[in-house]
Design a binder for this molecule. Structure first.
Ligand code: ADQ
Length: 468
C-alpha cells in the first residue's frame, strides 16, 4: 500500500485537548492518513524572522506531521495577500473585492516553491500526494519541476467560478493551467467541475478524451466531484448526549420556552451574515405574533481580522444586530444573540438539536458543513428545519431543505416563518430524505473515494465515467 502524503496550508498537529476542538473534516483526514501510514505537511501557523524559520517533524499516533514556519513577508504576500485578498474573493464570485498585486503573486509562487523544496527532501517515488485548497494551486508544477512523477491529486474546498468570471484575473492562465500538473483535480460539486472543464475547453482549447479527462501536453488530467460530508451517525450521537449537558440545559432554560433559530459561521463576507440578519428583521416586521417567541442565536468566531474588509464587515454586522435588538427587543427578550467565540463540536451538536431551525444562507459556499451538521444532529421524531442558500454546494444534495435566495431578505424572512410553523409530518418527511442523502455520503469514505479515483488506471477511470 502506497504512503499517503497530505499537503495543506495549515497543519493541525494534535493538541492536548483530545481533539475536542478539531473539526469533522480534520478528524476524518487524520484517521484516513493514519490508515495509510501517512504524512501531513504544511504551515505550522507560526510567523518568524527569516533567520528563525524552522521545519519540524513530529510523530503522533501513527502520523508524521512536518510543519514549516513562514516569514512575515511570506505571510503577508502568500497568505493574507494572494490567497485571501485575491483568490478567496474571486473563487467566491466577488470580483469587486479582489485586490491583485504582482508582489503578492510572486510571494504566493515563492511559498509554493518553498513547500515543494521541503517536500522534495522527504518524498518517496511511490508516495501518493493529496494537496488541499486554493493556497497550493501551483504546488504540483513545482514538484514536477523537481522531477517528481508521483500521483498527485488536488482538492478545492471552495467554489470554482465560471470562466467568464475567472478570466478577469490578471495572468489567470499561468495560475489556473498549473492545475493541469495534477493527475486529478477534485471539486465539491459537478457544477464546479463543469466550470473548470469549460475553462479548459473554451479558454484554452485543451483537447479532451471525455468531459472529465483533458490532455495537457504529455499529461492527462482528470476532473471529479467529491462532495465533503459529515460523520452523520457520530454527530447524532454527540447531539443526543450534549442535550443532557449542563451547557445546553442552561441555554434551553435561558430561552424560557422560546423557539431557537441557529446560525454558525466563521465571520466571512461569503457567509451572507448581514443580509441574513436583515431577513430575520423582515420576518419580525411581518410576524408580530412571533415577537417574544423566538430567539436567533448566531455563533460567529472572528477570522482574518487583519484584512480590512473583514474588520469593516464585523462593524456593520454589529450595527445590524444593535438595530434589530434595539427596535424589536424588550427588557425580557433579546431577538438576536450574537456571539464571537468558538465552541466544541459537542456543544455545537447540542445547540443544533436544541434549535427549531437553522439559517445557513451563504452568498456562495463550496459546500457548507454547518448545514449537514445541523441535519445530522436532529431528533428524527421532532426535527428542526434547515433553511439553506441555493448557492451553497450543500444545496445540490440537500434538496429537501427550504432552499432560499440569500440576496432576497424578504423571501428568506418568509421561509423563517414557514420553518417555524411547519407541521410535524412535513418536518419528518424532509428530514428523513436529508438524512438518507447525507448518510450515503459520510465523510468516513471521502478520502478513500478521492484516492481511488486518483490511483485508478485509465481503463478503470473510463469505466467509472461510463457508469456515472
Ligand atoms: P468553511 O468556510 O470554514 O470551510 P464550513 O463548511 O461551514 O465553512 O465549515 C465550518 C466548520 O467550522 C464546521 O465544521 C463548523 O462546525 C465549524 N465551526 C463554525 N463555527 C464554529 C464555532 N463557533 N465553533 C466551533 N466550530 C465552528 C471550507 C469551505 C466550505 C467547505 C469546507 C469543507 O469554505 O464551503 O464546506 O471548507 O470542505
Amino acid at each position: 500500500m502506497a504512503r499517503i502524503v497530505v499537503v495543506s496550508n495549515r497543519v493541525s498537529v494534535p493538541s492536548g485537548d483530545g481533539g475536542a476542538r478539531a473539526g469533522g473534516l480534520e478528524v476524518a483526514l487524520r484517521s484516513f492518513i493514519k490508515r495509510n501510514q501517512g504524512l501531513w505537511f504544511g504551515w505550522s501557523g507560526k510567523v518568524a524572522p527569516k533567520s528563525d524559520t524552522a521545519v519540524r517533524s513530529v510523530e503522533h499516533n501513527g502520523i508524521t506531521y512536518i510543519t514549516t514556519d513562514l516569514t512575515r513577508a511570506d505571510y503577508q504576500e502568500y497568505y493574507n495577500g494572494f490567497a485571501n485578498r485575491m483568490l478567496w474573493p474571486i473563487l467566491h464570485y466577488r470580483l469587486d473585492l479582489a485586490e491583485f498585486s504582482s508582489r503578492d503573486l510572486s510571494g504566493y509562487m515563492r511559498v509554493n516553491d518553498q513547500f515543494a523544496e521541503q517536500l522534495h527532501k522527504v518524498l518517496q517515488p511511490d508516495d501518493v500526494i493529496w494537496v488541499h485548497d486554493y493556497h497550493l494551486i501551483p504546488l504540483a508544477r513545482a514538484l514536477r519541476e523537481r522531477g517528481h512523477e508521483n500521483r498527485i491529486g488536488f482538492f478545492l474546498h471552495i467554489p470554482f467560478p465560471p470562466p467568464e468570471l475567472l478570466t478577469a484575473v490578471p495572468k489567470h492562465e499561468r495560475l489556473i493551467l498549473s492545475l493541469c500538473h495534477y493527475d486529478l483535480v477534485g471539486f465539491q460539486t459537478e457544477r464546479d467541475a463543469d466550470n473548470f472543464a469549460r475553462y479548459l475547453s473554451n479558454e484554452c482549447n485543451m483537447p479532451r478524451r471525455d468531459d472529465r479527462t483533458f490532455i495537457a501536453g504529455q499529461r492527462t488530467v482528470r476532473l471529479g466531484a467529491f462532495p465533503v460530508g459529515v460523520e452523520t451517525a457520530e454527530f447524532n450521537r454527540l447531539a443526543r448526549r450534549a442535550m443532557k449537558s449542563e451547557f445546553v440545559q442552561e441555554v434551553l432554560a435561558s430561552l424560557s420556552g422560546r423557539a431557537q433559530i441557529i446560525g454558525v459561521d466563521r465571520l466571512d463576507y461569503s457567509k451572507g451574515l448581514r443580509l441574513r440578519m436583515e431577513a430575520f428583521e423582515r420576518f419580525l416586521e411581518a410576524s408580530k405574533h412571533w415577537h417574544g417567541g423566538v430567539t436567533y442565536l448566531q455563533i460567529t468566531p472572528r477570522s482574518r481580522s487583519d484584512i480590512r474588509e473583514y474588520a469593516e464587515m464585523e462593524r456593520r454586522i454589529g450595527e445590524t444586530v444593535g438595530r434589530v435588538n434595539g427596535h424589536f427587543g424588550e427588557a425580557s427578550w433579546t431577538p438576536i444573540r450574537y456571539i464571537n467565540r468558538p465552541y466544541s463540536r459537542s456543544a455545537l451538536a447540542g445547540l443544533y438539536r436544541a434549535s427549531r431551525a437553522a439559517l445557513v444562507t451563504p452568498l456562495r459556499d463550496g459546500m457548507n458543513l454547518v448545514a449537514k451538521e445541523f441535519v445530522a444532529s436532529q431528533d428524527p421524531e421532532d426535527p428542526g428545519v434547515l433553511i439553506l442558500s441555493r448557492f451553497a454546494g450543500a444545496a445540490l444534495e440537500c434538496q429537501s431543505a427550504l432552499l432560499v435566495n440569500p440576496y432576497d431578505p424578504e423571501s428568506v424572512g418568509a421561509s423563517i416563518g414557514q420553518a417555524l410553523s411547519m407541521p410535524l409530518d412535513e418536518r419528518r418527511g424532509r428530514h428523513d430524505e436529508l438524512v438518507r442523502v447525507l448518510a450515503a455520503n459520510d465523510i468516513k469514505y471521502w478520502g478513500e473515494r478521492f484516492i481511488a479515483s486518483l490511483t485508478q488506471s485509465p481503463g478503470e477511470w473510463a469505466a467509472s465515467r461510463a457508469a456515472a
